[in-house]
Design a protein around this ligand. Sequence first.
Ligand SMILES: N[C@@H](CCC(=O)N[C@@H](CS)C(=O)NCC(=O)O)C(=O)O
Length: 345
Amino acid sequence: MRLAKSAPWLRAAVLLPALLLPFGLAHAGKTLDQIRQRSQLSCGVSTGVIGFSSVDSQGNWRGLDVDVCRAIAAAVLHDPDKVKYVPLNSQQRFTALQSGEVDILSRDTTWTLTRDASMGLSFTAVTYYDGQGFLVPKKLRLTSAKQLKNAEICVQSGTTTEKNLNDYFKAQGVRIKPVVFEKFESAIKAFFSGRCQAYTTDASALAFIRSKEAAKPDDYQVLPELISKEPLAPVVRRGDDEWFAIVKWVVFALIEAEEYGVTRKNVETMKASPNPAIGRLLGSAEDSGKPLGLDRDWAARAVGAVGNYGEIFQRNVGADSPLKLARGLNALWNKGGLMYAPPIR
Ligand SMILES: N[C@@H](CCC(=O)N[C@@H](CS)C(=O)NCC(=O)O)C(=O)O
């Protein structure tokens, strides 16, 4: 555009936002404004996947995905309890985020190109690297998913699971019959009543379905094949870069805290650490909250509320949980895994 020759009103329209930019940069974003106004984070979760998001016997939401929302609430609202949980099944989840019903979707949701590029949404940072597997009754004596020729396989709709299932067997030249359910509960009920010979979903959820939903877990086994990549990540609406940055960096802070040995218990004493990286993370050496529109204690509060990524993993899905999932791909990058936070500086 040749601005010098343009009409004065056009010049003003183009230049005014540029002049306001320095002030705009200090602004925290409209999603955060709304969250602060209502003093509550609205967090979209699943309808009940133990380890990730489910209600415990005392009526509290628990899980790795729930802890991500608690960490964010601690960072932005100074209170991990100021979260409203909205249970959403696979079909409902994206509309709830697009319509503004939730501020964030923190719920077993795989980062894919189509979801990230064409739905008005942005995936933030991976919180769990998963893969799709199969749960089968042991009495079928199967040793490989490739033996599922002509099998009926129960699967939930609106998922990557449904698509991968078709792709995988198409590539093998093997015919199978997907039996599709909209509701999670109906899908697992159908499988355990014998409607299907196999149930397929993310391997982390299979561990929960086998240990918690089967009358006799020992009658079932997970087959060795993982047929897909399922990087699970919290999702936000597009168009609010400040909120996008906050969610991303809270997740990174939890990972960075594990890397530097900052835990829920020692977070206060670690503020005195001579290590500059810890001083930046915890706001004692440098104010890492300012660029995010937050105060300097944002990350310390997040870690103080839920612990570092390793603690979150262990409590919800790892050694201290009924699922006993191995860290595997979810170990830190310097321990053979993929969990890697860009530098907080
Ligand atoms: N990661 C896959 C599957 C996610 C998914 O929705 N899985 C089901 C089966 S475990 C689930 O979480 N259901 C719980 C619900 O619908 O509330 C995706 O993003 O499409």
